[in-house]
Design a protein around this ligand. Sequence first.
Ligand SMILES: Cc1cc2nc3c(=O)[nH]c(=O)nc-3n(C[C@H](O)[C@H](O)[C@H](O)COP(=O)(O)OP(=O)(O)OC[C@H]3O[C@@H](n4cnc5c(N)ncnc54)[C@H](O)[C@@H]3O)c2cc1C
Length: 307
Amino acid sequence: MSSISIKKRRKQEMFHVKHIKQFDAVVCGAGHAGVEAALILNRFKIPTALITIDPLAIGRMSCNPAIGGLAKGQIVKEIDVLGGIMGKATDYSALQYKILNKSKGKSVWSPRAQVDKREYENYINKAIVNAKHITVVQGEVVNIETERGIVSSAIMRDGQTIGCSTLILTCGTFLNGLIHIGEKQTPAGRYDEKPSTGLSEQLEKFKMKLGRLKTGTPPRLDGSTINYENLEKQDADTEPEYFSFLTKKTYNKQIACCVTYTNKKVHEIMKNASGNSWPISVYLLYLALKKECHQIINIVLVFLQAW
Ligand SMILES: Cc1cc2nc3c(=O)[nH]c(=O)nc-3n(C[C@H](O)[C@H](O)[C@H](O)COP(=O)(O)OP(=O)(O)OC[C@H]3O[C@@H](n4cnc5c(N)ncnc54)[C@H](O)[C@@H]3O)c2cc1C
């Protein structure tokens, strides 16, 4: 089914939902986690409302179009064994399979695939559209109602009440989300997408502990401005390790990634940067710790001293 007909069908479903107000289960959020939850409920034939702020962003990957990597690769495989969709969607859209850390011991090898993020999204969308027991509802859950201590409904910002006996919250990076770009801070779930506000206060009332996690994303480069000749090529593995144990073939032509490194000139630029960009330095520190890149750690320390 094309993405246009998916959008059409979703519009029709959303029209119906105005009249249907009671479901057995409500899943709030249609990112990776919400989609898995809804599809499992569907398998058990449980009438489920999948509520999401933007139905056209169901299954959207937030950042780098990569699935897996250290620790995460294993989780994707576990989700697959439990009957989840993530591994299958990854294989369907994979452009480069690579086992990372091959130069180290086997215990730290980890599978990663670079994927076509639009194809990934389409695969997930098709599964949701074809799921008989899932109704997609557009809107933002802002409140949770309980009766005698048990969840009874999700309240939406537009005033709709969706009754349910089970409510699964998978709000991801949207819950009170805040984006830092340089010194500017913008409430957002992802770039150009509204955050979810209101629910946090509600969860606090239920005496749940709230905290904030941080992720970082690199700037995007226009491919036409890159001289690939100067970059180190990283080919895909010749014998791909699929993410789903059900996958029997490679769906797409595999392509190479290209790697480059910082040099003294880049370090100088970083050292001489205007020094008032705290979030960027936090991002660098995060990268440095993640990659154990000591040169960058030194630069971060220089930055931090300057403040
Ligand atoms: C900028 C950025 C870069 C990232 N980079 C990477 C990376 O490189 N690699 C990596 O592995 N991970 C990365 N992550 C993290 C990754 O995106 C998340 O861990 C993952 O998306 C979490 O999945 P999720 O299903 O929990 O939530 P999300 O994917 O965040 O989805 C949440 C969904 O819930 C909906 N929603 C939220 N609140 C409500 C509400 N109240 N009512 C209705 N709908 C609601 C949203 O619309 C959205 O559809 C990045 C995240 C961001 C923001």
